[in-house]
Every structure is written in structure tokens, then in C-alpha cells.
Write a protein that binds this ligand. Sequence first.
Ligand SMILES: Cc1cc2nc3c(=O)[nH]c(=O)nc-3n(C[C@H](O)[C@H](O)[C@H](O)COP(=O)(O)O)c2cc1C
Length: 319
Amino acid sequence: MTTYAELLDKLAIPLIAAPMFLVSNPKLAMAACREGILGTFPAHCTRTRDVFEEWLKEMAAGFEEDSAENYAPYGVNLVVHPTNPRFEGDLELCIKYKVPVVLTSKGAPGDTFGQIHDYGGLILHDVASRRHAEKALEAGADGLIAVCGGAGGHTGTINPFALVNEIRQITDKPIVLAGGMTTGRDILAAQVMGADLVYMGTRFIATNEATVTDEYRQMLCDTNANDVFFTAALDGAPANWLKPSLLAAGIDLDELVRTPATEVMSPDKVKGRYKNIYSAGHGVGNIHKVEPVADVCRRLKAEYKGAVGQLGGLQKLAS
Ligand SMILES: Cc1cc2nc3c(=O)[nH]c(=O)nc-3n(C[C@H](O)[C@H](O)[C@H](O)COP(=O)(O)O)c2cc1C
């Protein structure tokens, strides 16, 4: 797989099950791939390089199944920044196992992108602004992941219409839209507004395959957008967190609100982030039950198909 067109051809709908720290794993990724949705996980989800290699072997074994030619390819999220001590070794493994799609975040080093391109990997790079997009394009990214306001995990802050329009001024390359989407109709809407693919994270946390506690799954079912708290004070990067988990960890939300954007709370107060301080995007209010990944994927495909069918009814508005 070398081109974006080849990637699209392998997808049942234009959707990526986004990589999530301490949530994604090969089982979740493989279940999505089997349904024609690009499954992913972050390399840094694994504690060591050896465990990362085990995960890559598990993916390779999954793709040896008979019907694998109908599967979507998979992707790995790699933090391509010199501050990531695992970077060199993890990149080496991506090259060794020819990971089809590499979802890069933080830096955008052209030489790293060159090494991924050399084995035929496709690079989609995380951006939260036009400036990030320019840098990633200069470095040779094949497409951009536009992380907008309302996304789970480390989030962008820009409205999706605004960010897609800004990025579209500088490139025709594929844009993957991220932030707050949970339905098949949302995927079509993203395409209508100029994106090519959708990245959904939060939608895949309340699944049987996710490596999360039942408490986290239940909190996703019980909360809505008003329960999502935006702050950079937990680890220095703007992120969305579930209020009930912040409160359960003894964090004073008033103190959090007063913490200046450039300051991080003392590490002992926030050491459970991602483990027992849970993250979710604004789309959380549309998640009501815990399901297998396959059921989520099948519903998203049916919703997308239904939404495409309904578009016909809108055509008269344009005539
Ligand atoms: C719990 C959690 C952990 C995340 N960890 C990562 C990560 O390790 N690497 C990454 O690139 N994105 C990470 N993300 C962001 C997702 O890849 C994606 O951009 C985001 O979930 C999309 O927004 P949505 O959750 O509203 O669908 C994380 C998101 C969540 C909710």
C-alpha cells in the first residue's frame, strides 16, 4: 500500500479508529480493520520496545487470515520528536514491519518521513493549526489530521469549519478531521465540509476491546459535553478530561480553572492522568452503551449509508 487512493479503496467508509494512549491495542485495531475501518494504536501505549514488537507481530498474524484482503490496513501513532526516548527504536520497528499507515505527532522531521516513504508507508500528521500544517507539508506528509476543538485527548481549539478551510487554502492533500464526531452522518458531514476522512477516538473507548476499566466505560455512558473539562494544567498540553474523574482524583476544579495556561499542576496531584483521570471529547454525550468494536463499526457503516441516501433529498435545494 503506497498511495492514499489505495488506502481509500481498502476502507468500507472513510474512517480511522484513532490511536489512544492506554486505550487502543491490537485487538481493538484488528476488530476495526476486519470491518473495513482503519484500526490504530500508539507505539507509546506499550511499555517497552519488545512489547511494541509483540503488538506488531499480532497485527501481522491477524492479516494472515483468509479474508484479510478485505480488511482495512492498520496504522501506528509515532511521536516523532527528539524528546521521545523510544522514537528511534519504534521507528525501526515500523520500518521492519512495514506499518502501512504512520500517524505522526509532535515534530515533523523530513528525514523520518523519508524513511517511512522508502518502505511504502503513508504518513498522516497531526496538526492543530495552519502553521503546523505548513510545517508538516514542507516535511512531506501525505495527509494531515486536523485536530479541532472538542477532541478527546490532547485537543486542538479551532472550530472544524475554520481549520478545514484554512488548511484547504494551502493543500489538496487528504485531510482527516478529528474532534467530537460519533455517527456515520458526522462522517458524511465532514466530507461535505471539505475533509476526506474522519478520526474517531472517544466513540471507541466504551467498547469491550478497549484496555480501560469498567468505571471509565460507564462514565462515558453517563456523561455529556457539559462534563468535559478543557485544561492544559494536567500535563502542559491542552486536553479534554471528564469532570467526574477529576473530582474523584481529588482535583479542585476551581483551582484548575485558575491555573494559568502556561502552568502545570504539581505532578503528585495529577499522576493518574489517563489511568484514573479519564479523557473524552465533546461527542461523549452520544455514547450510551458498551459494545463490541464490530457492532460500533457496523452501525457507523449503516448510518453513513443512510446519510448518503438522504443527501439526494437535498439536491432540489441546489437546483
Ligand atoms: C483517552 C485518549 C487518549 C488519546 N491518546 C492519543 C495518543 O496517544 N496519540 C494521539 O495521536 N492521539 C491520542 N488521542 C487523540 C485521538 O487520537 C483523536 O485525535 C481524538 O480522540 C479525536 O477526537 P474524539 O475523541 O472526539 O473522537 C487520544 C484521545 C483519547 C480520548
